[in-house]
Design a protein around this ligand. Structure first.
Ligand SMILES: Cc1cc2nc3c(=O)[nH]c(=O)nc-3n(C[C@H](O)[C@H](O)[C@H](O)COP(=O)(O)OP(=O)(O)OC[C@H]3O[C@@H](n4cnc5c(N)ncnc54)[C@H](O)[C@@H]3O)c2cc1C
Length: 393
């Protein structure tokens, strides 16, 4: 039976990040992914590497500071995958947040981002409004411009796995985690590959199965704690409009929620919705009502799209956010990652629930710190904040 220091379940951005952090610290690791890398949420996000400007309103300052720090690191180590883009917030007479509120928020954002050049912001002069991709200027009071970053989430995930493999990580794919049995100081893991079942052993099992994390946790014996979570569906659509000036951060005319309208592979990506989801995560798919909601947003801000219908959508995808269970609207809930160990201070299982694409490296560093007491002494091979990430295709 093969033995590893760590076995990671799930080839999304979190599994990729943990795999890289573990091998960079000098340990052995195996990643199990039942389909393809980034086949879950990590290819269905809004593709933003951002501080999360709106999290300031819910007082999540630590999250914003950490995200801005991670954004700065990724702009440095993944420069061909993560790019700074101008963001535009149009403010109309009836927009909920007024320009002074946005400027206050952006001043706080700049402070938390250490006032580096990328945190500068201002207003787009009226004479330049015509450069904004046909944005509706009727009743427009101001357009606020700031910067955040955009990536290709699936490419980023593959690049992190590639980096981990170059440091000696192993990967089994397609390979579905089947079950695990906890012993005093190790975990016996079985996974399915084709028609065979493979047995292996690890000091620690990291459950990075995203929306499937609860299913994976249920297959561990003896039973371990599983946090109360909700799954919330987020849909994006791609339409054949060309937005090129930057990313528009707008309010939905229906309920005032924030929606992004952004350039994406020669077309325009619009997202996202927040629909409570119950059922099997494999079944998540865009709902017609969600597509109508997103089209209504696009029509409101870009009059050239007034005739656009669902038939013109060229691509659609839905992903699942993992959020702490609560009664309030998904939009207002904490986006902090939840880490759950089966025991302290020597965990045999550590589960990652929720989190952000942006924070993958910090989340992985946190996981490594939590599981290190269970791992043998090793000599570090690299620091993840110095490992350059490159496109794999
Ligand atoms: C609509 C939406 C928009 C978002 N936008 C942003 C954004 O713009 N910026 C940002 O920072 N964050 C964003 N996020 C959050 C971010 O996308 C997620 O936090 C992140 O992608 C989660 O990655 P993960 O690795 O935890 O899960 P996933 O990417 O879902 O990976 C889990 C993996 O586990 C695998 N798996 C499941 N079960 C098994 C098994 N039994 N055996 C083996 N493998 C298994 C799955 O196949 C999958 O590949 C968004 C999320 C959503 C839903």
């Amino acid at each position: 039976m093969k033995e590893y220091d760590v076995i990671v379940v799930g080839g999304g951005i979190h599994g990729a990040g943990v795999l890289q952090a573990v091998v960079a610290a000098g340990h052995s690791a195996l990643l199990l992914e039942r389909r393809a890398l980034a086949s879950g949420t990590s290819s269905r996000s809004s593709k933003l590497i951002h501080g999360g400007l709106r999290y300031l309103e819910s007082g999540q300052f630590a999250l914003v500071r950490e995200s801005l720090r991670e954004r700065a690191i990724l702009l440095r180590i993944a420069s061909d995958l993560v790019e700074l883009r101008p963001f535009f917030i149009p403010v109309y007479r009836d927009t909920r947040r007024r320009p002074w509120q946005l400027r206050l928020g952006l001043s706080m954002y700049a402070l938390l981002g250490g006032f580096d050049a990328s945190t500068r912001f201002g207003s787009v002069p009226r004479r330049e409004w015509e450069t904004l991709d046909g944005l509706d200027t009727r009743g427009l009071d101001a357009v606020i411009r700031y910067h955040d970053a955009q990536t290709d989430d699936a490419q980023l995930t593959r690049a992190v796995v590639q980096s981990a493999m170059s440091l000696g990580a192993e990967i089994a794919m397609p390979a579905g985690f089947a079950e695990a049995r906890l012993a005093q100081s190790h975990v016996d893991v079985s996974y399915r590959q084709g028609s065979s079942t493979v047995e292996c052993r690890a000091r620690v099992l990291v459950n990075a199965a995203g929306p499937w994390a609860a299913q994976v946790a249920h297959a561990i014996q003896p039973a371990i704690a599983i946090p109360a979570i909700d799954l919330v569906q987020g849909t994006h659509i791609v339409v054949p409009l060309q937005v090129t000036a930057g990313i528009y951060y707008v309010e939905s005319p229906q309920d005032g929620r924030a929606v992004f309208i952004m350039p994406w592979k020669g077309a325009t990506l619009i997202g996202t919705t927040e629909t409570p989801f119950r059922g099997e995560p494999d079944r998540v798919h865009p709902l017609p009502a969600e597509e109508d909601y997103l089209l209504a947003v696009a029509r409101r801000y870009f009059p050239a799209l007034k005739d656009i219908t669902r038939e013109r959508i060229v691509e659609r995808f839905a992903g699942l956010r993992v959020l702490p269970a609560a009664t309030q609207a998904a939009f207002d809930r904490s986006r902090e990652t939840i880490f759950v160990a089966d025991r302290e201070p020597h965990p045999r299982v550590l589960g990652i629930y929720g989190g952000k694409l942006t924070g993958w490296r910090a989340a992985a560093a946190h996981v490594l710190a939590r599981i290190s007491p269970s791992l043998p002494v090793s000599s570090r091979r690299a620091e993840t904040e110095d490992l350059v990430l490159r496109r794999t295709t």
